[in-house]
Design a protein around this ligand. Structure first.
Ligand SMILES: *Cc1c(COP(=O)(O)O)cnc(C)c1O
Length: 428
């Protein structure tokens, strides 16, 4: 009983951290976790993450390392890469033989920095979806190094339907001739048209990078179209809908392999996190099982069911609904700011985040909306009935955000439902 042994050690050596981990375990068990970027990593993934592989230094790549003793690590890394190729090859546009994979980036943001380092020089022009429209900081936002060291030209969404404005992308690309064009989102509820981005990138001679951090699980399962084989480079985290450890991966065309590898190491990083690499291999193995396809489909079914139930209660959804794992709710018509709503819901054991909506008249730290994601609740095998109940709970709390008796009643109901749906990876 390796696991028990380990936890005993932690309890003895550091009772304070042990107690805090127990508390977080309880919080994750007893609440509805709806932050769209979060999930429940399996016990198997956590065991790999917590293994002795954390002890090993292995700067370089398999068969080309700077330290000895890589007999096992090389196999771990090659296994992670071959499983990811097999998995993402199932839905890629083209043959996996043309795809190179790097599993060493420490997380999604460093993976994206590697793309800049591989293809751009400081001062070059780059384009990505603006943060207020649902983009990511690392796609050129001005507080990020990517907005400070590069000339960022953000594109947005259309005023009438809040969909990404491909006409604007083309117009801006022709005007500014970016070196790099990003497609990828953190708060956008619709399918991305990777082929349309590819065409625009080709028209202006740009590198096309797709960032599937949020939707990697959906892409792996064929529930969202894959950019692999279309984009020059595809970056992703491994811990969001993909349900692996905290980490990242980069897929690129073979012709870009050495540029990407050199950008990750030695360009940006030192030794790879081998325990994470092993856990990515485990997550890929889990995602290769038929049940993962069902899981990904259920994520979207749940999001659609929740969208319908929220709409029926008079909530206004950005773009009117969802095709993926998240909804963005504009609370303006409910006369409650997003932050007041998210804080009241947190007290009711419903955990999500406040979020800007497109063309938000309010400030980013106090915006008009909330974002709701279904990957975590779907990992607990909650289904449509819970989504309908969830809309009712949200409605009740948002209608009385200062009524602590309402909130504590909802919290108790949430805890009772959570008790019926064990979460993967937690200790009970
Ligand atoms: C989450 C996310 C990232 C960054 O990942 P971290 O692991 O938090 O650094 C990058 N791009 C997109 C689109 C994301 O959603």
């Amino acid at each position: 009983m390796n696991r028990e042994h380990k936890d005993e050690a932690l309890a003895q050596v550091d009772p304070e951290i042990f107690r805090l981990i127990e508390a977080e375990n309880r919080r994750e068990d007893e609440s509805l976790r709806l932050i769209a970027s979060e999930n429940y990593a399996s016990r198997a993934v956590q065991e790999a993450t917590g293994s002795c592989l954390t002890n090993k230094y292995s700067e370089g790549y398999a068969k080309k390392r700077y330290y000895e003793g890589q007999q096992v690590i090389d196999e771990v890394e090659e296994l992670a890469i071959s499983r990811l190729k097999q998995l993402f090859g199932q839905t890629a546009a083209g043959s996996v033989d043309d795809i190179h994979v790097n599993v060493q980036p420490y997380s999604g943001s460093p993976a994206n920095l590697a793309v800049y380092l591989a293809f751009c020089n400081a001062g070059d022009t780059i384009m990505g979806l603006g943060l207020p429209a649902g983009g990511h900081l690392t796609h050129g936002h001005n507080v990020s190094i990517t907005g400070k060291y590069f000339k960022s030209v953000p594109y947005g969404v259309r005023q009438d339907n809040h969909l990404i404005d491909m006409d604007e992308v083309r117009k801006l690309a022709k005007e500014h001739r970016p070196k790099l064009l990003w497609a990828g989102t953190t708060a956008y509820p619709r399918i991305l048209d990777f082929k349309a981005f590819r065409e625009i990138a080709d028209e202006v001679g740009a590198i096309f990078a797709a960032d599937i951090a949020h939707i990697a699980g959906l892409v792996a399962a064929g529930v969202h179209p894959s950019p692999i084989g279309i984009a020059d480079v595809v970056t992703s985290t491994s811990h969001k809908s993909f349900r692996g450890p905290r980490g990242a991966m980069i897929f690129c065309k073979k012709e870009h392999a050495s540029k990407i590898d050199r950008a990750v190491f030695p360009g940006l990083q030192g030794g790879p996190h081998n325990h994470t690499t092993a856990a990515i291999a485990v997550a890929a193995q889990e995602a290769l099982q038929p049940s993962f396809k069902e899981y990904a489909r259920a994520i979207v079914d749940n999001a659609k069911a929740l969208a319908e139930a929220m709409t029926a209660r008079g909530f206004s959804l950005v773009t009117g609904g969802t095709d993926n794992h998240l909804l963005l709710v504009d609370l303006t018509n409910k006369t409650i700011p997003g932050k007041v709503a998210s804080k009241a819901l947190d007290r009711a054991n419903i955990v999500l985040n406040y979020n800007s909506v497109p063309f938000d008249p309010r400030k980013p730290f106090d915006p008009s909306g909330i974002r709701i994601g279904t990957p975590s609740v779907t990992s607990r095998k909650m289904g449509k009935d819970v989504m309908v109940q969830l809309a009712e709970w949200i409605d009740r709390v948002v209608s009385a955000p200062e009524d602590e008796s309402v909130i504590s009643k909802v919290a108790a109901e949430v805890r009772a439902v959570c008790a019926k749906y064990p979460a993967p990876g937690l200790r009970v």
